[in-house]
Design a protein around this ligand. Structure first.
Ligand code: LLP
Length: 404
């Protein structure tokens, strides 16, 4: 059965901790992780949680307790993962556009590293030669993903080393006797069509035989999750079957079988998260009725930045007559969460909850307009736990240096 928090549970959280408030449901993360485990049980697949989606240390610890590994996109995420108790061999650092010193630091920490530029690959070769295995992030030149802002594998993307530069890669590998243990691609986020992964695998199969020491292939993340009733999502069972079929059909050099790694972010934590807000102001106009909440794109930037759809419910009046409202934030620029959305009658003071707020919600929040970042709560084993206190006025000033 799919796990979700009831309106009553969310209302109690809002009353107890105040709003705006992020609430995460641990058992939903467990459910999503188990779906992956079950789907991939017949293949040699490892899951690395792409923690850029949500890095609260309690979430990291929960994901770790499930047996997941972790994918990081900065050296600080690597340090958070270590802090959460992940052993270095369970940590992957998929870097992009970073200074070489971060790669050196990651090597010191003993984690897996994917390098995404020829220049860093060369620096790595010069300094470490064959002594430390690394992966190469390739750009497969495949256009995929929910929209252009979250597409990363196409031929104008900054990510990875373009596959057409394979000769340059091979020359560096030969010159410095590099130990290449994986090839990585990540084509984008919200990829619902399993064929995109199959295409990516096909690109890699042309290249795999050129690397004799490969141990695994990393296919990145990007599984699509549903945002509303009947919404399409990546068919994980089908994906698992296709991946198995592809790898069974293409034996690898030296007859060795390659492990497959995935790095899901949204799939693990999007649906576990809720942002609860409270209606400050109702404003009627000829165009629409605005329901202005005590939050904004400073807390959940996805609707304004990616046009993402988040289901909204009025927790305070679930039986109220349905009417149309435009739900907007209180930021000093256009800040629309939803336009002409049907909601149970909204009154000032009502709590509105936004669904699918776990991934890239709090994580992309800011203090724009000098507003506080929300508090975060984890619901686990029937109890609500505060896992981040709301900002206070001191937080706004704490790194500022008063010189005047
Ligand atoms: N691996 C790599 C190398 C990535 O760059 C990403 C996401 C992932 C894995 C995880 O992708 P996911 O499974 O979460 O789709 N902020 C945007 C999404 C940006 C994704 C960036 N990279 C949003 O809110 O839609």
């Amino acid at each position: 059965m799919s796990q979700s928090l009831s309106l009553q549970q969310l209302k109690e959280a809002a009353e107890q901790f105040g709003t705006p408030l992020y609430v995460y449901h641990a058992e939903k993360i467990t459910e999503q992780y188990q779906k992956l485990q079950t789907a991939f049980s017949k293949s040699d697949v490892k899951i690395f949680y792409a923690c850029k989606a949500l890095t609260n240390i309690n979430i990291l610890k929960h994901v770790r307790s499930l047996g997941s590994n972790i994918d990081c996109s900065s050296i600080n995420e690597v340090k958070l993962a270590l802090h959460a108790g992940f052993e270095p061999e369970r940590i992957l650092y998929t870097s992009n556009g970073i200074d070489f010193s971060e790669i050196e630091e990651a090597k010191e920490l003993g984690v897996h590293i994917n390098i995404d530029s020829l220049s860093n690959l060369e620096k790595f070769g010069k300094k470490f030669g064959h002594s430390y295995p690394v992966g190469i992030r390739l750009r497969p030149n495949i256009l995929a993903g929910g929209n252009l802002k979250i597409s990363t594998g196409h031929d104008k993307s900054k990510f990875g080393i373009p596959v057409d530069q394979i000769d340059k890669i091979l020359s560096l590998v030969a010159t410095y006797h590099l130990f290449i243990k994986d090839l990585h691609i990540h084509t984008g986020s919200e990829i619902k069509d399993v064929e995109v992964f199959v295409q990516g695998i096909a690109v890699l199969f042309d290249i795999i035989p050129k690397f004799q020491e490969l141990e695994f292939i990393d296919l990145g993340g990007g599984f699509k999750v549903p945002y509303k009733e009947g919404d399409a999502e990546t068919d994980i069972e089908l994906l698992a079957a296709k991946v198995k079929e592809a790898f069974d059909r293409h034996p690898n050099p030296k007859g060795k079988s390659l492990q497959v790694w995935f790095e899901p972010g949204k799939f693990l934590v999007s649906e576990c998260g809720y942002l609860i807000t409270q209606v400050n102001v109702l404003k009627e106009s000829t165009a629409t009725v605005f329901a202005g909440v005590n939050s904004g794109f400073n807390h959940l930037i996805r609707p304004m930045f990616y046009d993402s759809y988040h289901r909204i419910k009025n927790i305070s009046n679930p039986g109220g007559e349905e009417k149309k409202y435009s739900v907007v934030g209180n930021i000093c620029e256009t800040d629309t969460f939803a336009w002409d959305r049907k909601l149970n009658e909204v009154r000032e003071g009502d709590y509105l909850v936004f669904y699918n707020a776990g991934a890239y919600g709090f994580e992309m929040s800011s203090n724009f307009n000098s507003r506080y970042k929300p508090a975060e709560v984890l619901f686990k084993e029937g109890k609500m736990h505060l896992i981040r206190r709301r900002d206070t006025f001191d937080d706004l000033l704490k790194n500022q240096v008063a010189v005047l």
